[in-house]
Design a protein around this ligand. Structure first.
Ligand code: FES
Length: 629
């Protein structure tokens, strides 16, 4: 095999000089030359280290050439100066990742590429340039590629590193970049629950993007990591989807397309419905009309797939708000299969017996078009609907909704009141219930909360049927509040501390032990009624979820609870807003603590990102464990 490499005395293995950019564009490099030693020394020792500019390089003499690479293995930081070189391949001795010594390219993709530094031989001395760095855009592009690789191969450590890398490259726009790149991957694959489209991972990703302004700065990257790794896990092993195309002849009116879409969903003909939706999108139909079309089909049947269809619809809308409605064709068709194949709650016995809830709803729904105002009309509605919704009579509940509409309440107002009624089921959920019933209460709440979000964007008489369906869910869930846990407002809380720091510390301790459900709600209520800053409390609640092995429902509860809190604050409903955070805390206390294994990978990535020594501390810990006391 001929060795076309230059003799070492003549070469300048600089990525800057030979135009082979490993670390970025040559014009971006601020030169920081560092002398390593004489060439004879490097040759004799085989490997030396040199430092400067906050970096340490491992400098190898191998097969007649000098190479310089970053001394921290990109996998978990092992000193590469302790690695071995053979046939131009550098092997890290900790987990045996292999790298092309010349370019730093990894042969084991889970490790990632290692930085290489330009080398120059000058007057018999070896010099390296530790100033070599990527431009911001080059750095971001590298991490974006790494994020794509991590998603493709479901590599948690890579995903965590990419999130941190992108955030440090471009703090102002990285969250959107991360969500957009991850969504692009998730949307083209199916998911475990829905092989043809939108999956739970995308819901978590969107929820964590929505949560960004409410989280402590130090938790924002962790939240995005949870979203990204959920997408990767959800899509693992799924094949890329082949998209259908729009109809070739584009003559149908939007109302005809809307009619067709609902008809095809009705008969579970998902491909036909998909094609109709794509036709509407390709025609440039506006976002409100697209949401209206999907919202109408979603409420053509009751509580489809429990809350999942409505949850997904809301999240697709929110994702498009984040990444841009020009990507409708990528996002919206992913809901079609779920919508078409979903269960229909009215087929269940519980909706027909012992009371015919469907009959009650249908009788009222026939008059909805006459009373629902899709605008922001508030008329003379006094907002009093809660006792109807939480009562024991489904007819009274439905009448309450219809009266609110007749009194001039907007759909958004009534949907928000419904969402509040449904979160109260969680705020009053007694721990004597079966544990699995928390999920029932949560599904009801997320259905109502998602409906409220969609209703604000694209109100319609069809969507208003969803409010009637939701009212029956709140009615049915009354057994989850028997006996109802007393709301903290009805308890004596003055024995609790008043200091906000102490209250938050006590709350945090509730999440460290099992069963502190009522105490957590009481602490939250006391904190808020004493006038302490709710944003600090929400950051604490966010951290309490993110540090756990949180599941789909935990993320939903946090995000939907906080968003309803925000909506109620904006509406001037202070006392109601408190109950939202009470419910969030109670849910979390019921589901904590977990093993907290999920964040371990993120913590390693964070330490590597900060330049902390992982290998050294692991070795020290092992040594300490082996030292006889
Ligand atoms: S392979 Fe180098 S630290 Fe793991």
């Amino acid at each position: 095999m001929s060795d076309k490499r230059q003799p070492v005395e003549e070469m300048i293995t600089s990525s800057a000089r030979n135009g082979r950019s490993v670390n970025g564009s040559p014009d971006d490099l601020a030169s920081i030359p560092v002398r390593v030693g004489t060439l004879d020394e490097v040759r004799a020792k085989g490997v030396m280290t040199a430092s400067g500019n906050g970096k340490v390089a491992a400098v190898f003499y191998h097969e007649g050439r000098v190479y310089a690479v970053d001394n921290r293995c990109p996998h978990m930081g092992f000193p590469l100066s302790r690695g071995s070189c053979k046939d131009g391949i550098l092997t890290c001795e900790w987990h045996y990742a292999r790298f092309d010594l010349a370019t730093g390219g990894a042969f084991d993709l889970w490790a990632g590429d290692v930085d290489v530094y330009p080398v120059e031989i000058r007057d018999g001395d070896v010099w390296i340039d530790l100033g070599a760095a990527l431009t911001k855009s080059g750095y971001a592009e590298r991490w974006r590629n790494r994020l794509r690789d991590g998603l493709e191969q479901n590599l948690r450590l890579d995903l965590a590193k990419s999130v941190l890398g992108l955030l440090s490259a471009n703090p102002s726009d990285a969250a959107r970049d991360i969500v957009s790149t991850s969504a692009e991957y998730g949307l083209t694959r199916g998911s475990r629950r829905n092989s043809s489209g939108w999956g739970d991972g995308l819901t978590i990703l969107t929820a964590m993007a929505n949560m960004q302004p409410y989280l402590a700065e130090s938790d924002r990257s962790l939240a995005l990591y949870h979203g990204v790794r959920s997408v990767a896990e959800d899509a693992a092993g799924q094949m890329p989807r082949i998209d259908l195309t729009a109809l070739p002849v584009d003559e149908a009116t939007f109302s005809r397309l809307r009619e067709w879409f609902r008809e095809f969903i009705e008969v579970r003909s998902d491909e036909a419905a998909d094609r109709v939706l794509r036709t509407a999108i390709s025609r440039g139909v506006g976002s409100e009309q697209l949401i209206d079309l999907l919202g109408a089909a979603s409420t053509d049947h009751y509580y489809r797939d429990f809350s999942h269809v409505m949850d997904t619809l809301a999240k697709t809308v929110e994702l498009l708000d984040l990444i841009g409605w020009n990507r409708s064709a990528e996002v919206l068709p992913t809901v079609v299969n779920q919508l078409a194949q979903s269960t229909r709650e009215e087929e269940r016995n519980s909706w027909r017996h012992p009371e015919d809830l469907v009959g009650i709803v249908e009788a009222a729904a026939a008059g909805l078009a006459d009373v629902v105002d899709v605008g922001a009309r508030n008329g003379g509605w006094d907002g009093s609907i809660l006792s109807d919704l939480l009562g024991d009579d489904p007819a009274v509940s439905v009448d309450g909704v219809m009266k609110a509409f007749r009194d001039g309440a907007s759909l958004a107002d009534v949907a928000q009141a419904l969402a509040y009624a449904s979160i109260l089921r969680i705020a009053r959920f007694p721990t004597s219930n079966e544990f699995g019933d928390w999920d029932t209460a949560l599904h009801h709440f997320t259905y109502c909360a998602s409906l409220a979000q969609v209703a604000r964007t694209a109100p319609s008489a069809e969507l208003a049927r969803g409010v009637l369906h939701g009212a029956m869910l709140v009615y049915q869930a009354r057994f989850l509040n028997v006996p109802a846990s007393r709301l903290p407002a009805n308890k004596r809380l003055d024995r609790m501390p008043a200091d906000p720091v102490q209250l938050l510390e006590d709350l945090s301790q509730c999440f460290e032990r099992q069963g502190a459900v009522d105490e957590s709600g009481a602490l939250v209520y006391r904190y808020l009624t004493l006038g302490h800053d709710p944003t600090v409390l929400i950051r604490g609640l966010g951290n309490a979820v993110l540090r756990e092995d949180a599941g789909f429902h935990d993320f939903q509860m946090l995000e939907e609870g906080v968003r309803l809190w925000q909506d109620l604050v904006d509406a001037g409903k202070e006392e109601e807003s408190y109950q939202c955070l009470v419910a969030v805390a109670r849910w979390q206390a019921a589901h904590s603590p977990t093993r907290r294994a999920t964040t371990q990978t993120y913590d390693i990535a964070l330490r590597l990102h900060r330049g902390e020594a992982i290998y050294e501390s692991a070795a020290e810990a092992e040594e300490a464990a082996e030292t006889p006391v």
